[in-house]
Ligand binder design. Structure first.
Ligand code: NDP
Length: 274
């Protein structure tokens, strides 16, 4: 069956540029996904206008049934998946009226919880040599440094499991609801903590896949840099195509590479995290 590559949240911004780059650089179908069918079709039209040929499938990572439909489509149509780019993400604006508790629930829910759900439902489809590129952020690197020493130790524990990581994220949300997260050693950034979750999830997933002896599957977390998109209120200095470079590099790690595997990448290279 044909090879397939899928990018979450790719109707605009960095995800859109990742689809554009993958269409240009690789054989096989690239699947642009969007939670909104109309926005997805518009994006598809724009790329088709550039002479590229992405496919489209609806995907809302917050909706488990939507993830199931995509999984079934990929299984039926392609029999597997060669590249998964987990790009979809949200951030409240600095002037948001939402309470910190609400921001913590929603941001950790989507950026960490839903990305984890999508990954775990799609991982069985990964073929040997598949690559998973998780779009995290430089903000995760700032946030981990603001965590207390005991929290940093827990996040960096090489024996940390996905269950343990979920527990850590749940602790943050629970403390945020009571307004006690800072006193407990957490940074005052729901987005930052959600992206710590994405970075550490990538490291833990690499260890899990290695332990399961899945053949040469590589997972990395990556930082696109500060990019001119709706999320950054167009204050970012990079174009979306520049922002796509590191996630695309993580998506294209050559076969049987020993590094990067389960690492944090920024500016097209492995970067010390935390
Ligand atoms: P945008 O807000 O421009 O795009 C985010 C994309 O994610 C949109 O396509 C959005 O869809 C989609 N999305 C949001 N929630 C869901 C969901 N539940 N299911 C499916 N898709 C969803 O942001 P960016 O392009 O800037 O961000 C892309 C990634 O890069 C994010 O993970 C972000 O955290 C990260 N990042 C961005 C930085 C920047 O400077 N811009 C810096 C560091 C990291 P819709 O159009 O429907 O809202």
């Amino acid at each position: 069956m044909a090879s397939s590559k899928k990018v979450t949240g790719s109707n605009k911004g960095v995800g859109f540029a990742i689809v554009r780059a993958l269409c240009k650089q690789f054989d096989g179908d690239v699947i642009l996904t969007s939670r909104d069918e109309g926005r997805g079709q518009e994006a598809l039209k724009a790329l088709t206008g550039e002479g590229l040929k992405p496919k489209f499938h609806q995907l809302d990572i917050d909706d488990p049934a939507s993830i199931d439909r995509l999984r079934d489509f990929l299984k039926g149509q392609y029999g597997g998946l060669d590249i998964l780019v987990n790009n979809a993400g949200i951030a409240f604006k600095a002037d948001s009226m939402a309470t910190f508790a609400e921001q913590a629930v929603v941001t950790v829910g989507t950026n960490f919880g839903s990305t984890l759900n999508a990954s775990e439902k799609l991982f069985p489809l990964l073929r040997p040599h598949a690559r998973v590129s998780n779009v995290s952020s430089f903000v995760s690197n700032m946030a981990i440094k603001k965590c207390s020493e005991p929290l940093q130790t827990r996040f960096k524990d090489p024996k940390l499991t996905i269950e343990g990581l979920k527990q850590l994220m749940a602790e943050f949300v629970s403390l945020a609801k009571e307004g006690k997260h800072e006193a407990a050693g957490w940074p005052n950034s729901a987005y930052g903590v959600s992206k710590i979750g994405v970075t550490v999830m990538s490291m833990v997933h690499q260890r899990c896949l290695d332990a399961e002896k899945r053949e040469d599957i590589v997972v990395n977390a990556c930082d696109p840099g500060y990019v001119d998109t709706d999320m950054s209120s167009h204050k970012g200095s990079k174009t979306i195509d520049q922002g796509a470079e590191t996630p695309v590099m993580a998506a294209l790690v050559p076969p049987n590479t020993t590094s990067p595997r389960g690492m944090f990448l920024s500016e097209n290279q492995v970067t010390v995290w935390g």
